[in-house]
Write a protein that binds this ligand. Structure first.
Ligand SMILES: [Zn+2]
Ligand SMILES: [Zn+2]
Length: 149
Protein backbone atom coordinates (compact mmCIF):
# COMPACT_ATOMS: atom_id res chain seq x y z
CA UNK A 1 0.00 0.00 0.00
CA UNK A 2 1.39 3.37 -1.01
CA UNK A 3 1.59 5.83 1.89
CA UNK A 4 1.07 9.58 1.76
CA UNK A 5 4.80 9.91 2.45
CA UNK A 6 5.64 7.74 -0.60
CA UNK A 7 3.35 9.87 -2.71
CA UNK A 8 4.84 13.09 -1.41
CA UNK A 9 8.37 12.03 -2.30
CA UNK A 10 7.20 10.81 -5.72
CA UNK A 11 5.57 14.19 -6.38
CA UNK A 12 8.65 16.03 -5.17
CA UNK A 13 10.81 14.00 -7.56
CA UNK A 14 8.43 14.58 -10.49
CA UNK A 15 7.69 18.24 -9.77
CA UNK A 16 3.99 17.95 -8.95
CA UNK A 17 2.30 19.39 -5.88
CA UNK A 18 1.14 16.58 -3.57
CA UNK A 19 -2.40 17.23 -2.38
CA UNK A 20 -4.63 14.95 -0.36
CA UNK A 21 -7.02 14.79 -3.33
CA UNK A 22 -4.27 13.72 -5.72
CA UNK A 23 -3.05 11.16 -3.20
CA UNK A 24 -6.51 9.57 -3.02
CA UNK A 25 -6.63 9.32 -6.82
CA UNK A 26 -3.09 7.95 -7.04
CA UNK A 27 -3.82 5.33 -4.39
CA UNK A 28 -6.60 3.87 -6.55
CA UNK A 29 -4.23 3.41 -9.49
CA UNK A 30 -1.31 2.18 -7.41
CA UNK A 31 -3.54 -0.44 -5.80
CA UNK A 32 -4.86 -2.10 -8.94
CA UNK A 33 -3.62 -3.83 -12.07
CA UNK A 34 -7.04 -3.57 -13.76
CA UNK A 35 -6.05 -0.48 -15.81
CA UNK A 36 -9.24 1.46 -15.02
CA UNK A 37 -10.71 4.18 -17.22
CA UNK A 38 -11.25 7.71 -15.89
CA UNK A 39 -14.92 6.94 -15.13
CA UNK A 40 -13.98 3.95 -12.97
CA UNK A 41 -11.32 5.94 -11.10
CA UNK A 42 -13.93 8.65 -10.51
CA UNK A 43 -16.46 6.12 -9.15
CA UNK A 44 -13.90 4.75 -6.69
CA UNK A 45 -12.58 8.17 -5.69
CA UNK A 46 -16.10 9.39 -4.89
CA UNK A 47 -16.36 6.76 -2.17
CA UNK A 48 -13.77 8.60 -0.07
CA UNK A 49 -14.31 12.10 -1.52
CA UNK A 50 -17.98 12.73 -2.31
CA UNK A 51 -17.28 16.34 -3.35
CA UNK A 52 -14.85 15.34 -6.09
CA UNK A 53 -15.84 16.18 -9.69
CA UNK A 54 -15.16 14.04 -12.74
CA UNK A 55 -13.34 16.97 -14.28
CA UNK A 56 -10.88 17.10 -11.37
CA UNK A 57 -10.22 13.37 -11.61
CA UNK A 58 -9.71 13.63 -15.36
CA UNK A 59 -7.32 16.56 -15.07
CA UNK A 60 -5.42 14.89 -12.23
CA UNK A 61 -4.94 11.71 -14.29
CA UNK A 62 -3.66 13.85 -17.16
CA UNK A 63 -1.18 15.59 -14.87
CA UNK A 64 0.04 12.21 -13.52
CA UNK A 65 0.60 10.93 -17.07
CA UNK A 66 2.39 14.12 -18.10
CA UNK A 67 4.76 13.84 -15.13
CA UNK A 68 5.41 10.14 -15.68
CA UNK A 69 3.81 9.12 -12.39
CA UNK A 70 1.39 6.78 -14.14
CA UNK A 71 1.02 5.74 -17.78
CA UNK A 72 -1.91 5.47 -20.11
CA UNK A 73 -2.98 2.65 -22.35
CA UNK A 74 -4.82 3.58 -25.52
CA UNK A 75 -7.28 0.96 -26.55
CA UNK A 76 -9.61 0.64 -29.53
CA UNK A 77 -11.83 3.58 -30.44
CA UNK A 78 -9.72 6.11 -28.55
CA UNK A 79 -10.73 4.86 -25.10
CA UNK A 80 -7.99 5.60 -22.60
CA UNK A 81 -7.18 3.46 -19.59
CA UNK A 82 -4.76 4.33 -16.82
CA UNK A 83 -1.92 2.30 -15.37
CA UNK A 84 -0.32 2.88 -11.96
CA UNK A 85 2.91 1.48 -13.43
CA UNK A 86 4.71 4.22 -15.39
CA UNK A 87 7.38 1.87 -16.78
CA UNK A 88 6.76 0.49 -20.30
CA UNK A 89 5.56 -3.11 -20.19
CA UNK A 90 3.66 -5.31 -22.62
CA UNK A 91 -0.12 -5.39 -22.43
CA UNK A 92 -2.63 -7.92 -23.71
CA UNK A 93 -6.05 -6.46 -24.52
CA UNK A 94 -9.20 -8.54 -24.89
CA UNK A 95 -11.08 -7.38 -27.99
CA UNK A 96 -14.37 -8.63 -26.50
CA UNK A 97 -14.45 -7.02 -23.04
CA UNK A 98 -11.54 -4.51 -23.22
CA UNK A 99 -9.75 -6.20 -20.32
CA UNK A 100 -6.11 -5.05 -20.12
CA UNK A 101 -3.60 -7.51 -18.64
CA UNK A 102 0.08 -6.88 -17.85
CA UNK A 103 2.51 -9.32 -19.47
CA UNK A 104 5.58 -9.04 -17.27
CA UNK A 105 6.82 -12.44 -18.50
CA UNK A 106 7.41 -10.96 -22.00
CA UNK A 107 10.18 -8.43 -22.47
CA UNK A 108 9.07 -5.07 -23.79
CA UNK A 109 10.72 -3.75 -26.97
CA UNK A 110 13.33 -1.04 -26.48
CA UNK A 111 13.29 2.20 -28.50
CA UNK A 112 16.89 1.46 -29.60
CA UNK A 113 15.58 -1.68 -31.37
CA UNK A 114 13.88 0.64 -33.89
CA UNK A 115 16.49 3.00 -35.30
CA UNK A 116 15.04 3.32 -38.80
CA UNK A 117 11.54 4.73 -38.56
CA UNK A 118 10.81 6.59 -41.83
CA UNK A 119 10.79 10.33 -41.24
CA UNK A 120 11.72 10.05 -37.55
CA UNK A 121 14.79 11.62 -35.97
CA UNK A 122 14.42 9.59 -32.77
CA UNK A 123 12.17 7.08 -31.03
CA UNK A 124 11.56 7.68 -27.33
CA UNK A 125 9.32 4.80 -26.34
CA UNK A 126 8.11 1.44 -27.57
CA UNK A 127 5.29 -0.64 -26.24
CA UNK A 128 4.22 -4.16 -27.12
CA UNK A 129 0.48 -4.62 -27.31
CA UNK A 130 -1.13 -8.00 -27.85
CA UNK A 131 -4.79 -8.34 -28.75
CA UNK A 132 -6.89 -11.41 -28.38
CA UNK A 133 -9.79 -12.93 -26.48
CA UNK A 134 -9.50 -13.57 -22.74
CA UNK A 135 -10.39 -16.93 -21.22
CA UNK A 136 -13.62 -15.62 -19.71
CA UNK A 137 -14.85 -14.28 -23.05
CA UNK A 138 -13.72 -17.44 -24.83
CA UNK A 139 -15.70 -19.55 -22.35
CA UNK A 140 -18.79 -17.39 -22.90
CA UNK A 141 -18.66 -17.78 -26.67
CA UNK A 142 -17.73 -21.49 -26.61
CA UNK A 143 -21.31 -22.88 -26.63
CA UNK A 144 -22.16 -20.76 -29.68
CA UNK A 145 -19.13 -22.13 -31.52
CA UNK A 146 -20.15 -25.67 -30.62
CA UNK A 147 -23.59 -25.10 -32.17
CA UNK A 148 -22.07 -23.68 -35.33
CA UNK A 149 -20.04 -26.86 -35.94
ZN1 LIG B 1 -12.58 -10.64 -22.41
ZN1 LIG C 1 -0.05 -2.26 -17.38
Amino acid sequence: MVTLKDFQSLCLEKGLRATQQRYQIYKILAGTTSHPGAAEVFEQAKATQPMLSFDTVYRTLGAFVEKGIISQVEILAGKVRFDGNPHPHPHAICTECDKVVDCHHISNPQPKDYPNVPGFASVSSAHLELRGVCQECAAKSAPRQAVAK
